[in-house]
Ligand binder design. Structure first.
Ligand code: GAP
Length: 435
């Protein structure tokens, strides 16, 4: 069973993972800010994605494309005409809703009135702005609603300069923007968010096999990073759910506190994008296979995950409560690779020579990992705080340390304690924290 939603949201806020954007001005529901622990967790999730997609593979390279692109990109990709959600307005309270997300199709969730909706109309989700000092239709530009198009328009640049041969992929992590009709559930659906997308180009006849491959790979990625298999499922899209560019799509769903919902979409985009950009730009975006002497548009399998949404799911999945000695212990059982801080170094008391010794112990650890030195409160309370934010190891410097040059290392999950010589501490932790 996933953790209680409000409990996690409170922990996320009170421990500095996620804050509402513009909180001092009453907050903006569309966006969130990541606090000291949240930014580390988010970075670690993105790093793990990049490591598995780019660093550990020969067949995938990365790029970082601009948020603002030529408006012709969105014309060619179909986003200007088809990237819409069906919108209805309640004639009683004037609230607006996405038809496909209504719990009761004819009842307004804001005022409760029935049969007060207008006819649905298509609402385009792209944010529009203007390039330069004049706001005219000619210089309208859009904030990208997906990172994927930055990859397609650079297909030939990357293929040529990185000398890639099919099958190969191009990966990108970055911000995307959608003017969602109903943002909600904290960072789950926001108007500004981050995506981790990879476009995998292959021969058309191999695309079904690569789709199977990426379904397996992506499911394993979540599970390898500790996400519970019971909270994950793969769901095939019905025909009427498919995006305008996809011939088949699977969602990686997570069992959120409100039910199963999407973490990632894995789509067979066929040659839709390369062919569209080839036609609209007049540039040749086909691929020449020197072995078969054929020229064709590669087909594309796209695993497209949300970085911010996935981070939230890891947080939910890691939350656990247990009873220890008659007291409740809250632990974020985050995989060590994801934990914001790897080590906390804690002097047993605030006595100056202990604090000084603590800083000396912390120095070499800082060089390698994100760590925290905490000198406040009783040692028991500090352990509990570190458990709550998912720190895998606490290193305690006590009075004996000053004599025997040893420290106590406490394991978050087992609470077992080892006495370790300071000179062997980096090696001890390295063996346990190495990816
Ligand atoms: N290029 C394909 C594409 O963008 P998508 O299913 O619309 O596909 C991919 O988006 C992922 O991006 C989603 O599975 C989700 O994790 C994340 N995402 C999409 N819209 C989001 C939003 N408004 N807020 C947070 N994450 C979002």
């Amino acid at each position: 069973m996933p953790a209680d939603f409000d409990t996690i949201v409170n922990l996320a806020k009170n421990r500095g993972f996620v804050f509402q954007s513009s909180e001092i001005y009453g907050g903006l529901r569309s966006a969130y800010d990541y606090g000291p622990l949240g930014v580390s967790l988010l970075r670690n999730v993105k790093e793990q994605w990049w490591r598995s997609m780019v660093q550990l593979r020969d067949d995938i390279v990365g790029i970082d494309s601009a948020v603002i692109q030529s408006p012709r990109v969105w014309e060619a990709s179909g986003h200007l005409s088809s990237f819409t959600d069906p919108l209805v307005e309640c004639t009683n309270c004037n609230s607006r809703h996405r038809v496909d997300k209504l719990e009761k199709p004819n009842q307004c969730p804001t005022c409760g009135m029935k049969d007060t909706f207008t006819e649905p109309k298509d609402f385009n989700l792209m944010f529009q702005t203007h390039m330069g000092p004049v706001s005219t239709a000619e210089n309208a530009v859009y904030l990208r609603p997906e990172t994927a198009q930055g990859i397609f328009i650079n297909f030939e640049n990357v293929r040529r300069t990185a000398r890639m041969k099919l099958p190969f992929g191009i990966a990108q992590i970055g911000k995307s923007f959608r003017n969602e009709i109903t943002p909600g559930q904290v960072v789950f659906r926001t108007r500004e968010f981050e995506q981790m997308e990879m476009e995998f180009f292959c021969r058309p006849e191999d695309s079904a096999e690569w789709l199977e491959y990426w379904l397996e790979e992506r499911r394993n990625w979540y599970m390898d990073l500790g996400m519970s298999a019971d909270n994950l499922r793969m769901r095939a899209h019905e025909d009427d759910e498919l995006a305008h560019y996809a011939s088949s799509t699977y969602d990686v769903d997570y069992n959120f506190p409100w039910g199963w919902d999407e973490l990632e979409g894995i789509a067979n985009r066929g040659d839709f994008d390369l062919a569209a950009h080839g036609t609209h730009s007049g540039k040749d975006l086909t691929y020449f296979d020197p072995e078969t002497n054929e020229r064709f548009y590669p087909h594309v399998i796209e695993p497209a995950a949300g970085a911010t949404r996935t981070t939230f799911a890891f947080l939910l999945d890691a939350y656990s409560e247990e009873e220890v000695g008659g007291e409740k212990r809250t632990v974020l059982k985050l995989d060590k690779r994801l934990a914001p801080n790897k080590v906390a170094v804690l002097p047993l008391s605030k006595k100056p020579d202990l604090v000084e010794s603590t800083q000396a112990v912390a120095g070499p650890l800082r060089e390698r990992w994100d760590i925290e030195v905490d000198v406040t409160q009783s040692i028991g309370k500090r352990y509990r705080r570190q458990d709550e934010i998912g720190t895998p190891y606490c290193v305690t410097v006590d009075f004996d340390t000053l004599e025997d040059q040893q420290v106590t290392v406490r394991d978050r999950d087992t609470m077992a304690q080892d006495r370790i010589p300071i000179e062997g501490l980096v090696r001890y932790l390295d063996e346990r924290l190495a990816p």
